[in-house]
Design a protein around this ligand. Sequence first.
Ligand code: PBG
Length: 324
Amino acid sequence: MSFPINRPRRLRRTETIRRMIRETRLSPDNLILPMFVCAGRGVKKAVTSMPGVAQMSVDNIVAEARETWAAGVPAVILFGIPERKDAQGSEAWNDNGEVQRAIREIKERVPGMAVITDVCMCEYTDHGHCGALTGNDVDNDATLELLTRSALSHARAGADIVAPSDMMDGRVGAIRSALDGNGFNHVAIMAYSAKFASAFYGPFREAAESAPQFGDRRSYQMDPPNGDEAMREVALDLEEGADIVMVKPALPYLDLIWRVKHEFNVPVAAYNVSGEYSMIRAAGINGWIDEERATMEVLTSIKRAGADLILTYFAKEVARKLRA
Ligand code: PBG
């Protein structure tokens, strides 16, 4: 039956009615805040390419984690910015490294908060690639050992979830067996399963000081046009023991978030990455867009596409707004 019997506008007439039939509801429970941990005390160094985001020393990270928890956000994901980089990225498994200290401090002072750690070599290697090099090639199998060392070090510090973001083949299985073999079978793995070689990581590389010193990441991160391959990557990570799978970036890949959710029916995370964040911020600062509404619309669309969890630099502000 159609017009004039049917008038969809009837259910859009008042805010109360719209509220009653709203299909997708964003909640602070869905959000994860990424944070950048650096050395020192009292450090809060603004990242110019990401207005509102800063590299922070452990003391400030804890303060920020506490505020974020108070706003209703259940989890943070930590990225480390080591003082010392080398070819292997050995600071990544230093039990007294920035990330490891931040994990211990957050678990002690904000005990309810779930702590997730990014497991990747790119912030720790002097060449900026996500693994060990053999010549100019990122050596897959040699990298697995380095990743398991970092994941174990994070687990020893008390991480609840480790999140490998390097896109090496077999890393989820390698990390799962290392965790299980060392008394950490309770530590979950959130795999960056469908991570694309994206232009939208640009601002993050300033934040994490992790730009590759030569070449690019296209021999390990996925080619943006490939959707079926993303499903194969997800299937492999699940077989290897991933508890949560991720699609990254989020907005240009909403179709894949949808496919993963519907083809696999497992917990799905989506990373609303630095470039997606900075575009909205920049347009907001210039007065070209209503930043708050644009942010809500984007995050809601990611959830509508099927994401259970959204990693976003807007997490704290959005959680506050949702609770207001
Ligand atoms: C790699 C990593 C990257 C991001 C998260 N983990 C960057 C990259 O692959 O170069 C990007 C996150 C963002 O852009 O917000 N360790």
